[in-house]
Design a protein around this ligand. Structure first.
Ligand code: ADP
Length: 182
């Protein structure tokens, strides 16, 4: 089983749910930049205050801000890890590759979870987070298409991409993911 992983896919594809299941089962460190930013927001830290405004508009927070939170965690990684929601831009991917080169822990696989836009919107509306109203959701999907989707081509070139369909039962999707990683 590969244990240095990256999950990619549009908002609402189920990355977080699947990441949690996989990390629990294989004892991987789950690094979700969305979760880390939300905990900064609820702690009311200066970093959280800066991030909240952008998150609630569906914009990305700055590369330097997310990089600093990921870097701290990766530096202390002793077991496998799963990056969820990061990198989200080509610049972030390049910075990540430098960082992973330094700690000599290259990515072993990039799991791309796919789902049609109509399902994504339905799921996100059902979730009810503060950044989950319809206007913001549509904007997040646009930002994904423009800034994050190009990463699929980037990692395909490196031969790392495994595509998994994100429709159906949660456990069924989990076994699809395990199958491509085994
Ligand atoms: P989703 O799973 O719906 O895509 P996340 O929880 O991953 O949502 O992220 C929520 C918000 O946090 C994003 O819309 C963005 O504002 C911010 N965010 C999370 N990760 C990053 C990142 N790597 N770079 C910039 N902004 C980020």
């Amino acid at each position: 089983m590969q244990t240095r992983l990256l999950f990619l896919g549009p908002p609402g594809a189920g990355k977080g749910t699947q990441a949690q299941l996989l990390c629990k089962k294989y004892d991987l460190m789950h690094l979700s930049t969305g979760d880390m930013l939300r905990s900064e927001v609820s702690a009311g830290s200066p970093l959280g205050i800066e991030a909240a405004e952008l998150m609630n508009k569906g914009e990305l927070v700055s590369d330097s801000l997310v990089l600093s939170i990921v870097e701290n965690r990766l530096n202390e990684a002793s077991q496998g890890w799963l990056l969820d929601g990061f990198p989200r831009t080509v610049d972030q991917a390049e910075a990540l590759s430098v960082l992973l080169g330094k700690i000599q822990q290259p990515i072993q696989a990039v799991v791309v979870i796919t789902l049609d836009a109509e399902f994504l919107i339905k799921r996100l509306l059902g979730r009810g987070r503060t950044d989950d109203n319809e206007t913001v959701i549509r904007h997040r999907l646009e930002v994904y298409k423009e800034k994050t989707a190009p990463l699929i081509a980037h990692y395909t070139k490196e031969g790392l991409v495994k595509t998994v369909k994100g429709d159906g039962d949660v456990l069924e999707i989990a076994s699809r993911i395990e199958a491509v990683l085994s």
